[in-house]
Design a protein around this ligand. Structure first.
Ligand code: HEM
Length: 373
């Protein structure tokens, strides 16, 4: 029996990290205890008067019955350890459930709260930018790119000019990946983008797992992400390639309510709104209501607000109010934050799922609880 326990213990000890779940661990520690209890029962019966066994058929019969009971008990213990107050042995590979992904969400949300000495007080915006740049390489025609693969981990893609500065987001997530090694980088980046949106008081974005990490050969060529110095034709070409229409392009741009430009990353400078760590429809309101002028500086062409000179708009942002169709949607979003949240959530969900070969159907998406729910 003791050797069976050892085999069981050894099997768990040599199992991969996925099998060594907390429940498996506690079962592992519980086995020797049970073995010890069984052994002490054995010693107790040995201490009974010897005559019972010597030439005493009744005693022998009871001995045999005792042994049979112990054997049957042990068999039952192996089959159904939960009946003995032990947790069941982990069977097969670890299959993470909703609760497991919610734990990852909670860990990212906590780290966002704890590490508030970055930029405007949150890594949220740069996490969202990481998820968007992982997804925004998608090409509908060839089915290449998209969030499946997390290929930005590799030098060619990580070094693309558009991805400058995203190392901060990838490094932020590394300890989370170490804590939950079963999640792919690709799922982690998207889940974290969702967490960032929700924790910055944006709408709920449903999530489906199923992205797998791919090797360097799946890196996309440079030039798939938008260039902020360009016009509406470029915006439509880039987002059209992913399968988005004008309305969705404008809805997605509302993400620029968050975060800021950095001179050492894109070369541009400053935030779009006065509350860069809270998602609102302020981006559209400011675009439409403020007066904007070219910033006079030694950097790339960008706009500044006339009144405070503390906010900025990229040339591509300004196209949103200059183009008639784009503007119509910007006006709708400026008027009604709920409409913006609804259409933004739908467009982000679509963006984050581009090109992912899910095995889970659309109606099986999960919505994570925010830290303030
Ligand atoms: C025409 C399309 C777009 C262009 C040209 C563009 C360009 C840029 C640029 C130049 C920056 C500044 C990067 C830096 O210096 O750190 C930036 C930041 C950002 N972008 Fe976009 N972007 C576009 C669309 C989007 C979309 C669709 C999203 C999300 C759905 C998004 C989310 C963000 C966020 C959250 C930041 C702030 C990052 C931070 O604070 O570190 N952008 N974008």
């Amino acid at each position: 029996m003791a050797s069976a326990s050892r085999t069981f213990t050894r099997a768990l000890r040599t199992a991969g990290p996925n099998l060594r779940t907390p429940s498996a661990r506690s079962a592992r520690y519980a086995v020797p205890q049970y073995a010890f209890r069984a052994q002490s029962r054995g010693y107790a019966s040995e201490s009974e008067p010897k005559e019972k066994y010597e030439g005493n058929p009744k005693g022998m019969l009871w001995g045999a019955v005792g042994l049979l009971t112990l054997a049957a008990g042990y068999g039952l213990y192996r089959q159904k350890p939960e009946l003995f107050g032990q947790e069941a042995k982990a069977k097969g590979p670890f299959v993470p459930k909703y609760e497991d992904y919610q734990k990852v969400y909670d860990a990212v949300a906590k780290k966002l709260q704890d590490e508030d000495d970055y930029d405007d007080g949150s890594y949220g915006p740069v996490l969202l930018r990481l998820a968007w740049h992982a997804s925004g390489t998608y090409d509908a025609e060839t089915g290449t790119g998209g969030s499946n693969g997390a290929t930005m981990r590799f030098a060619p893609e990580g070094d693309h000019g558009a991805n400058a500065g995203l190392k901060a987001a990838r490094d932020f997530l590394e300890p989370i990946k170490e804590q939950f090694p079963w999640i792919s980088y690709s799922d982690l980046w998207i889940l974290s983008g969702i967490c960032a949106i929700q924790e910055m008081q944006g709408p709920k974005i449903p999530f489906r797992p199923g992205r797998t990490d791919r090797d360097v050969s799946f890196c996309t060529p440079d030039g798939r992400l938008p260039d902020a110095s360009k016009d509406r034709k470029h915006i439509r070409a880039i987002f059209g390639r992913m399968g988005f229409d004008d309305r969705e392009m404008v809805a997605l741009s509302g993400a620029h309510a968050l975060g800021r430009c950095h001179t050492d990353r894109s070369g541009y400078d400053g935030p779009w709104t006065f509350s860069p760590t809270t998602l609102t429809n302020d981006y559209y309101k400011l675009l439409l209501e403020e007066k904007w002028q070219w910033k006079k500086w030694n950097g790339p062409k960008q706009y500044e607000d006339v009144k405070t000179k503390s906010l900025m708009m990229l040339p591509t942002d300004m196209e949103i109010v200059k183009d008639k169709t784009f503007r119509k949607h910007a006006e709708r979003y400026a008027k009604d934050n709920d409409v913006f949240f609804k259409e933004f959530a739908d467009a982000v969900l679509k963006l984050f799922e581009l090109g992912v070969p899910f095995t889970v159907s659309e109606d099986q998406r999960w919505t994570f609880k925010s830290s303030f729910d």
